[in-house]
Design a protein around this ligand. Sequence first.
Ligand SMILES: [Zn+2]
Length: 465
Amino acid sequence: MTAKAQSTLTFHGGAGAVTGANFLLELKPASSAGKPIRLLVDCGLYQGGKVFEDQNHEPFPYDPATIDYLFVTHAHLDHVGRIPSLVRAGFRGTIYSTPPTKEIAGLMLEDSLGVMGKESRGSGKPLLYESADIATALARWQTIEYRKPFPLADSGATLIPHDAGHILGSAMYEIVRNDRRLLFTGDLGSSPSPLLHDTEIVKGINYLVMESVYGDREHDQQTTRRDRLEDVIENTMKQDGVLLIPAFSIERTQELLYELEHMTAEGRIPPVPVYLDSPLAIKVTEIYKHFQTYFNSTVADPDRLRDGIFNFPNLHKTLTTEESRAIAGTPGRKIIIAGSGMSNGGRIIHHEKHFLSNPSTALLLIGYQAAGSLGRLLEEGAKEVTILGARIPVKAKVFSISGYSAHRDGPHLLDFVHELSESLEMVYATMGEPKSSFFLAQRIRDYLGIRASVPRLGESATLDL
Ligand SMILES: [Zn+2]
């Protein structure tokens, strides 16, 4: 019989904030002869305004050279964006994720470096990392599969990845030792998703580190979102208008293409040109096509896959800037899908500058719009906005469909905890704005009678694991 093992969990990022996910777990050796294991879950970028983003330039609060493993839950930048910085700061361990996460993360990091390069030329701010750091990170990056146990050296602990159903390849990580279990959720999908499997329910968990982005909110019914999308398209096209959809490159864009393909094939919408005007989204969509075994059974129907679930006759993918500029000059009704999802950059702002003053235009918001973003101003009904230095009167109709969120809403986060409640001893509500996290933690205590806290940045907890 070994001595009772103990572990320390420290919240180095994603604590009291949505972004910057970075959790350090130190597994004390089970016997006096063993050596401790130090592993990180995620190493994300802080996003959302200067105060947050300045934190990306702070040194890591631990020595990266002492870390054995980094497990990555999924490829969103707020979970992977500081990995090249970690490598640059001396990390010599191995990075693990599912295969799609590795592929998409490579694209996201290169894209993020490009954006940083542009900003740094304007502000003189130093870059967080260079292209060579991304290459080093990818060379140290191995892949693991859902539900295949992975032994953590000789610590006696095992890590098991589970499907989080959030974006392609997204994983939750279960860490088991002596029949004691800790689960990191990463971001949790708003199952059922049109493309992905449902979030797995993992039983027997004692400690839960969970996301809480929408801890205090409720989404639209998922069943009605497709009808609402169809209505917006039909009404806009009837007026020979232009429908602008700012979309995030991962998941949201692929879901939209999938639904547009469906509606086109079934003749439910007129055969209008659809422009996918985002090089990143075009590349991510190619990756989605390579990982069809990750899709749910509805999508994985061989007849559907053969025809190309992200492809239909009127779809135009515009990779170059010239092709993108030419869209505005093409007459007639059309649908334009472009990034960024919150209209705080990317090609969508050029289209918004061109089309928002036209009353036949419709702008459809399908994702979270952060405070301070152009998307939030438009969502809140601004009558005039400044885009690329020009004052633009907003005559377009603005619609929001929140059912497209890739995150669970408050009631569904609570349901998730409820499913695990039998064995749960403690829940840490992380990766949310404080008011969402506190709201969720309160509900977990009041409705389920389980201890729940909102850890502060840098706070540690001792776990019986
Ligand atoms: Zn995410």
